[in-house]
Design a protein around this ligand. Structure first.
Ligand SMILES: Nc1ncnc2c1ncn2[C@@H]1O[C@H](COP(=O)(O)OP(=O)(O)OP(=O)(O)O)[C@@H](O)[C@H]1O
Ligand SMILES: [Mg+2]
Length: 315
C-alpha cells in the first residue's frame, strides 16, 4: 500500500518555492517577454519504447516546474491501459477521459486541479484503440479539446510505452515529442524502435531524446550521441538532445509519498536537472506570431493531425 502524505501539500509547495526562489524565478522571468497575438498551446507528447523508464514522473515534474514559472499547464494521462498520473500527483479524481468519450460529462468537468495550479485530465482504462471510436465520441473529444487552446500554455501528454496505434498517433499529432530512455541497452533498443516508427510516418517530427537515471553527464552524453548517430545513419532522421536526469533516490521516495519530486525535494539532483532542462527549453510561451517560425500548431493542429491519422471528420 502507498503511504499517506505526511505533510499537507500546501505547505510542501510553499517550502519548495522558498527553497528554489533565489535560484530559478529571477532567471526565468528575465527571459524574452511573451509576444503579442492569439495564444497557442504547445502540445508535447512524452513517450518511451520500454516501460517504467520515468515518463510519468517526468511529465508531473515538468508540469510543476512550468507552473512554478507562471505557465499554465494541462496534463493529459493518455496511458489508456495503465493510467496513473493521478497517483504520482497524489490526487483522486472522480472522473476521467472515458466519461468524455461516453458523453456523460464535459472535459471541463473531468479536469481536476493539482499542485501549483497544474490541471490534470485523468486517464481511464478500457479504451482500447481511440482510432476505432464512433464518430459521435470523436467529435465530442475534438470539440472539447479545442476549448483548451486558450486556457493553457502547454498540453503535456503522458503515454504508455511501446508502439501501439494510440501512442504513435499522439506522437505524430504533437508539436514536440520527448522519447525517454534509460541507459540500459534494452531501453535504448526500444527507444530506437519508437524513433523509427515515428520518423517513417512523419519525417518532420520534432523529436527529442532524454536519458533518465543516468550515472553522470558523460554516460548520458555518450548515449544521446549514439542515438543521434544511429537515427541519422539508418533513418536519415534528426533527433535532438533534451539532456539527462540523474539517478536519484529522492525520486523513489517522492513516488512513495505521492508528491512530485519538484515539491518533495526541490534541491535534489534530479529536480535541479529537470529545472535546468525546462528553463532552457520550454519556458517561452507560444503565440500566433511564433507558429510559422517554429512549426507549433497547438491544439488545433493536434486535432487536425489526429483526424487525418484516424480518418475522422473534424468536429
Ligand atoms: N531519475 C530517477 N532516479 C531514480 N528512480 C527513478 C528516476 N526516474 C524514475 N524512477 C523510478 O522509476 C519508477 C517508474 O517511473 P514512472 O512511473 O515515471 O515510469 P513510466 O515510464 O511512466 O512507466 P510506465 O511505462 O509503466 O508508464 C518510479 O516509480 C521511480 O521509482
Ligand atoms: Mg507512466
Amino acid at each position: 500500500m502507498v503511504e499517506q502524505i505526511v505533510k499537507p501539500i500546501d505547505s510542501i509547495i510553499a517550502d519548495s518555492r522558498k527553497q528554489i526562489q533565489p535560484y530559478v524565478f529571477k532567471r526565468l522571468e528575465s527571459r524574452r517577454p511573451r509576444l503579442p497575438g492569439k495564444k497557442i498551446a504547445k502540445v508535447i507528447t512524452i513517450t518511451s519504447g520500454k516501460g517504467g523508464v520515468g515518463k510519468t514522473n517526468l511529465v508531473a515534474n515538468m508540469a510543476i516546474c512550468l507552473a512554478q514559472a507562471g505557465r499554465k499547464v494541462i496534463v493529459l494521462d493518455a496511458d489508456l491501459g495503465l493510467a496513473n498520473i493521478d497517483v504520482i500527483f497524489g490526487i483522486r479524481p472522480k472522473k476521467n477521459i472515458t466519461e468524455v468519450l461516453n458523453g456523460t460529462c464535459t472535459l471541463e468537468e473531468v479536469i481536476v486541479p493539482g499542485p501549483c495550479g497544474v490541471q490534470i485530465i485523468a486517464g481511464g482504462s478500457g479504451i482500447s484503440e481511440l482510432a476505432h471510436l464512433n464518430p459521435e465520441a470523436s467529435k465530442r473529444l475534438f470539440s472539447e479539446l479545442r476549448l483548451l487552446e486558450d486556457k493553457t500554455d502547454y498540453l503535456l501528454i503522458d503515454t504508455g510505452a511501446g508502439i501501439s496505434q494510440n501512442v504513435i498517433s499522439f506522437c505524430l499529432a504533437a508539436d514536440q515529442i520527448i522519447v525517454v530512455t534509460t541507459p540500459e541497452p534494452t531501453a535504448l533498443a526500444d527507444a530506437y524502435g519508437v524513433i523509427k516508427v515515428v520518423s517513417q510516418q512523419r519525417e518532420d517530427s520534432n523529436l527529442w531524446v532524454l536519458v533518465n537515471r543516468a550515472e553522470n553527464q558523460d554516460e548520458a552524453g555518450f548515449i544521446l550521441n549514439r542515438i543521434q548517430t544511429v537515427a541519422w545513419d539508418f533513418l536519415k532522421f534528426r533527433v535532438q538532445h533534451l539532456g539527462y536526469i540523474p539517478q536519484d533516490k529522492f525520486m523513489y521516495l517522492s513516488v512513495r509519498q505521492q508528491t512530485p519530486l519538484m515539491l518533495f525535494s526541490p534541491m535534489s539532483p534530479a529536480a535541479l536537472q529537470i529545472r535546468y532542462i525546462i528553463s532552457n527549453n520550454f519556458y517561452e510561451k507560444t503565440t500566433e506570431n511564433d507558429v510559422n517560425k517554429n512549426e507549433i500548431k497547438g491544439i488545433e493542429g493536434f486535432i487536425d493531425r489526429l483526424s487525418r491519422l484516424w480518418n475522422w471528420e473534424k468536429a
